[in-house]
Design a protein around this ligand. Structure first.
Ligand code: HEC
Length: 468
C-alpha cells in the first residue's frame, strides 16, 4: 500500500451498545462451534461405520439416527452462519476481508470446493446410504470426513496467518503466509476440539434412543473413544503459546486481565471435560446420561467462545499482525494521517450529526468512528465515557495522544492534535449528564501544542512495533 495515497473509507455499521468486535465475535463463535461439530461428526460416523462393517450392529443403528442431526446442524445451520460470517465481516472489517480476498483468493476457492464435496458426499449418504454395501458406505463417509477436514485445513491457514503472518509480511508470498508459525498447532487443536464436540453431541443423541440401558452404555463407551485426541490438546495449546508474538503472549499470561481470564476459562473448561471424558468414560467406563452430555456440551461451547476470544484478543492492535490495525488503518499510513487528519477524506456523514452542539464535537464523533469504534463504544460495551470520562482534562489529552502507551494493545493515534482535542471534548460532553447544554468549542493553542508534543514523543508506531 502506497502511504501517500488516501486510506480507503467504508461505511461504518454500529451495533448499538455492542462494539463491532463483539458483534462479529458472537456470530463467529456459533459458526466455529457448528463447523467443528460437523467435522468431528464425520470422524465419528466413519469410525462407527468401520465397526459396523465388522459386525457391530449397535453402531450401525446409531449411524442412522445421528446422521440426521449432523446433516441438520452442519449443512443447514453451518451454511446459514457461514453466510452470516461473510455478511458480518464485510460490515465490521471490510478492509481486512478485502486484504484476505486479495491474498488468498484461490485458497478460499479451494476451501469452497472441499465444502462442496462434503455436502455432496453427505447428501448422497443421507439419500441412498441405506441401500449401499458396508464398503461403499465407509468410503462415502470417509470422503465426507476428508473433505470436511480439508476445508478446515484451508481456512485454518488464513485464520492463523492473521495472528502470525510470518515471512509473508516481508515477501508477500502466499505459501509463506499459509504455512505460518501457528498453522499446525491451530489445526491440531481444532481437530481435537472437533472430535470432542461430536462425541459429546453423540452421547446426547444416545440418551434419546429407545434402547436397553446396557446397549446405550456400550455405545457411550465406544463413542467416548473419540475424545482421546483431547490428550494432545495441552501440547497444541502450549505450542500455540510458544509461536505467537511476545506481546500477545504477555497479555494472555497476565498483561490483560480480561484475556488471561478467558484463557483460564478455555483451559479450565477443557480440563474438566477432558477429565470427565478420559477418566470417567474411557477409563472407568461410566455411563453418561443425555443431561450430563448436554452440560458438557454447554461447557464446550463456553470453552470455544473463550478460546476464540483469546485468539481474536491476542491479535490486538491488529487484524492482520503488523499489516493492518483493528481500526483498518495500516501502520505506514499513520504518519500521513497525523498531518492531514484521520477523517479529512472520510466521505460518510454522521447519522446523528444534528445531536452535536458544535462542529468540534461532530469532528470528535467522526474521529471516534474511524479510530476507536472497532473496539469501543462511547457509552455501551468497553465505553470510552466509562474508561476515561472521569479523568482530568490533561490526563485525557495525554493518554489519547499516546494511545499505544496507554495500553499496548491499542494502535497509535492516527490523526492531528486538533482531532485528539475534538475526541477528548466529545467524551467530556458525553460524560456530562446534561447533553443538551451548550458546549463551548475549545481552541487553546497552548493545549494543542502540548498534545502535538505528546503525539511526537510517542511516535506513530505501535507499542511492540519496530520503526521501519
Ligand atoms: C484494537 C482495539 C482498540 C482500539 C482500536 C482502541 N482501543 Fe482503547 N482499549 C482497548 C481495550 C481492549 C482496552 C482495555 C479495556 C479495559 O481495560 O477494560 C482499552 C482501553 C482504553 C482506555 C482506558 C485505558 C486505561 O488504562 O484505563 C482508553 C482511555 C481508551 N481505550 C481509549 C481509546 C481511544 C480514544 C481509541 C480511539 C482513538 C481507542 N481506545 C482505540 C482496545 C482498543
Amino acid at each position: 500500500m502506497d502511504p501517500s495515497t488516501s486510506v480507503p473509507f467504508y461505511p461504518v455499521v454500529e451495533f448499538g451498545p455492542a462494539m463491532r468486535g463483539l458483534a462479529i465475535g458472537a456470530v463467529g463463535i456459533v459458526h466455529v462451534f457448528l463447523a467443528q461439530f460437523a467435522i468431528g461428526g464425520g470422524m465419528l460416523l466413519t469410525y462407527l461405520q468401520w465397526r459396523a462393517g465388522r459386525g457391530d450392529d449397535l453402531a450401525r443403528r446409531f449411524i442412522g439416527s445421528f446422521f440426521k442431526y449432523l446433516v441438520l446442524v452442519s449443512f443447514v445451520a453451518g451454511a446459514l452462519t457461514g453466510v452470516a460470517m461473510w455478511l458480518m465481516t464485510i460490515q465490521v472489517g471490510p478492509r481486512t476481508i478485502g486484504l484476505m480476498v486479495d491474498e488468498f483468493h484461490w485458497v478460499w476457492a479451494t476451501e469452497w470446493v472441499c465444502f462442496f464435496v462434503e455436502v455432496v458426499a453427505g447428501y448422497t449418504f443421507l439419500r441412498v446410504g441405506d441401500r449401499l454395501s458396508d464398503a461403499l458406505r465407509l468410503r462415502l463417509l470417509a470422503l465426507y470426513t476428508g473433505a470436511a477436514i480439508a476445508s478446515l485445513f484451508w481456512i485454518n491457514g488464513i485464520l492463523a496467518w492473521q495472528l502470525t503472518p510470518g515471512d509473508w509480511v516481508r515477501t508477500h508470498d502466499l505459501w509463506a503466509g499459509f504455512w505460518n508459525p501457528s498453522f499446525w498447532p491451530s489445526l491440531g487443536y481444532r481437530l481435537a476440539v472437533a472430535a470432542t464436540l461430536a462425541a459429546l453431541a453423540a452421547i446426547l443423541v444416545v440418551g434419546t434412543l429407545e434402547l436397553p440401558r446396557a446397549d446405550r452404555h456400550r455405545l457411550v463407551s465406544v463413542i467416548a473413544r473419540l475424545m482421546l485426541p483431547m490428550l494432545a490438546m495441552p501440547v497444541f495449546g502450549l505450542w500455540f503459546m510458544a509461536v505467537i508474538p511476545d506481546d500477545s503472549r504477555r497479555w494472555l499470561t497476565g498483561g490483560s486481565v480480561a484475556m488471561s481470564m478467558f484463557l483460564g476459562i478455555a483451559a479450565g473448561a477443557t480440563l474438566l471435560i477432558g477429565a470427565y471424558a478420559l477418566v470417567g468414560l474411557v477409563w472407568k467406563h461410566l455411563y453418561a446420561s443425555g443431561a450430563t452430555a448436554a452440560l458438557l456440551l454447554a461447557l464446550a461451547f463456553a470453552a470455544t467462545a473463550a478460546g476464540e476470544f483469546v485468539r481474536e484478543g491476542a491479535r490486538k492492535p491488529y487484524t492482520v499482525r503488523g499489516v493492518l490495525y483493528s481500526n483498518a488503518i495500516a501502520p505506514d499510513e499513520v504518519a500521513r494521517l497525523r498531518r492531514v487528519g484521520s477523517v479529512a477524506d472520510d466521505p460518510y456523514p454522521l447519522r446523528d450529526a444534528a445531536r452535536y452542539p458544535n462542529p468540534q464535537l461532530a469532528l470528535g464523533a467522526r474521529v471516534y468512528r474511524a479510530q476507536c469504534s472497532a473496539c469501543h463504544t462511547l457509552a455501551g460495551a468497553n465505553a470510552l465515557v466509562e474508561l476515561m470520562g472521569g479523568w482530568g482534562l490533561e490526563q485525557q489529552r495525554l493518554n489519547v495522544a499516546q494511545l499505544q502507551r496507554t495500553k499496548g494493545f491499542m494502535p497509535p493515534f492516527a490523526g492531528t492534535a486538533a482531532e485528539v482535542e475534538a475526541l477528548v471534548q466529545l467524551v467530556r460532553w458525553e460524560h456530562g449528564d446534561a447533553l443538551e447544554r451548550a458546549w463551548p468549542a475549545s481552541d487553546d493553542p497552548a493545549a494543542l501544542a502540548r498534545i502535538q508534543a505528546w503525539l511526537d514523543e510517542a511516535g506513530p508506531f505501535a507499542a511492540g512495533a519496530v520503526a521501519p
